[in-house]
Ligand binder design. Structure first.
Ligand code: UT7
Length: 332
């Protein structure tokens, strides 16, 4: 299947950056009433990275981008656009993308942040592919980066066990072959479900009915079960739709890269759609749920390991707060 327009796109390089500190489930057992056994069984997570004082969305995003540029052989001043997918940036104004642009020397590249939570990187990748395909840009950098551990109440065991910090980046460039890059994409949202995961800073942010929520203002509030049910359904639908719309068979896909939210959510799609488990990448055990950073970190590890071959499609799917969800069938 070929996407519209006369040219395609290519991921020229990827990179990732993780804070040095690793918090294990045993460390969490000392803070809240939980256990390694419960966390592993319910989520698949064994450890996550946590930002130190000096680590920021800006610094992790910058470091991931510098690696991606280096691997791509692209100079920062050749970029037309930098998209930073994040919901945990230090400042709303200016965008984190603007500060990263200055730090890497990207000159007059367009810069903006994209707040689609865990779907943010895929939203950005889909936008980048479309911009390049239609000739409005030649080289676009997409960074997915979060320090959600700063937004978490460490005494709230329903949230603190899940999230981790990190960054991943990809540099996407034009390719003369229109069969390359994104050949199918979807981006969706359902604002009626925003209350399932939100970050209230003051009283007026709190939705009616949730005033008595014991989690303090300034910390993430999550209704995990509701998101879980939504995610299980959407993951399966998104993968099935991607296969149907491209005419691909389950076995034609070399890698399924799912947002690393909860291993059980990924496993339910594997079982339902009979996906070959060895082609469904999982690294949640080492990183936890890094939200917008999760898919680009997976991509970077797979490219680094030489596990993404040219000519064989990959399918990427994500869902997150908003709620949002997105998919992409990519021909490397
Ligand atoms: O990236 C998008 C953002 N978020 C997500 O993707 C999260 C999606 N949701 C989930 O991953 C799961 O819902 C959780 C991992 C958050 C929770 O797992 P669950 O299987 O849905 O547990 P639950 O909330 O239904 O709670 C089951 C029990 C409860 O105890 P009772 O009432 O049965 O006695 C909880 O109090 O487990 C208890 N519990 C815990 N126990 C030990 C909840 N959290 C913990 C914990 N350790 N950390």
């Amino acid at each position: 299947m070929t996407a519209p327009f006369g040219r395609g796109t290519r991921i020229a390089g990827t990179g990732r950056a993780l804070p040095a500190e690793v918090v294990t489930n045993a460390d969490l057992e000392k803070i809240v009433d939980t256990s390694d056994e419960w966390i592993v069984q319910r989520t698949g997570i064994r450890a996550r990275h946590r930002a130190a004082e000096a680590d920021t969305v800006f610094s992790l995003g910058r470091d991931a981008l510098l690696k991606a540029l280096d691997r791509a052989g692209v100079r920062a001043d050749q970029l037309d656009m930098i998209i930073v997918a994040t919901v945990s940036g230090e400042m709303l104004c200016p965008s984190t993308a603007a500060r990263i642009s200055e730090a890497v020397g990207a000159g007059e590249a367009a810069v903006f942040d994209l707040a689609a939570a865990c779907s943010g990187f895929l939203y950005g990748l889909n936008l980048a592919d479309t911009m390049i395909r239609c000739g409005r840009a030649e080289r676009v950098a997409i960074i997915g980066v979060e320090v959600l551990t700063r937004l978490v109440d460490w005494n709230d065991r329903t949230v603190s066990i899940i999230f981790g910090d990190g960054a991943g980046a990809a540099v996407v460039v034009a390719d003369p072959d229109p069969r390359k890059g994104c050949v199918h994409q979807t981006m969706h949202g359902d604002g009626r479900m925003w209350r399932t995961l939100y970050h209230p800073k003051c009283d007026r942010d709190v939705p009616a009915g949730d005033e008595a929520n014991p989690i303090r203002l300034g910390h993430l509030r999550m209704h995990g079960r509701e998101i879980y049910k939504f995610a299980v359904t959407r993951f399966q639908e998104a993968i099935q739709d991607a296969l149907d719309r491209t005419g691909l068979k389950v076995g034609d896909v070399q890698q399924y890269i799912c947002h690393q939210s909860n291993q059980r959510i990924i496993e339910s799609a594997v079982e339902k759609l009979k996906l070959p488990p060895e082609r469904v990448y999982v690294n949640i055990d080492r990183y936890g749920n890094t939200s917008a950073a999760s898919i680009p970190i997976c991509l970077d590890e797979l490219y680094e390991a030489g596990r993404i071959e040219a000519g064989k499609p990959i399918i990427l799917v994500a869902f997150g707060a908003g709620v949002t969800w997105a998919s992409c069938v990519w021909n490397p």
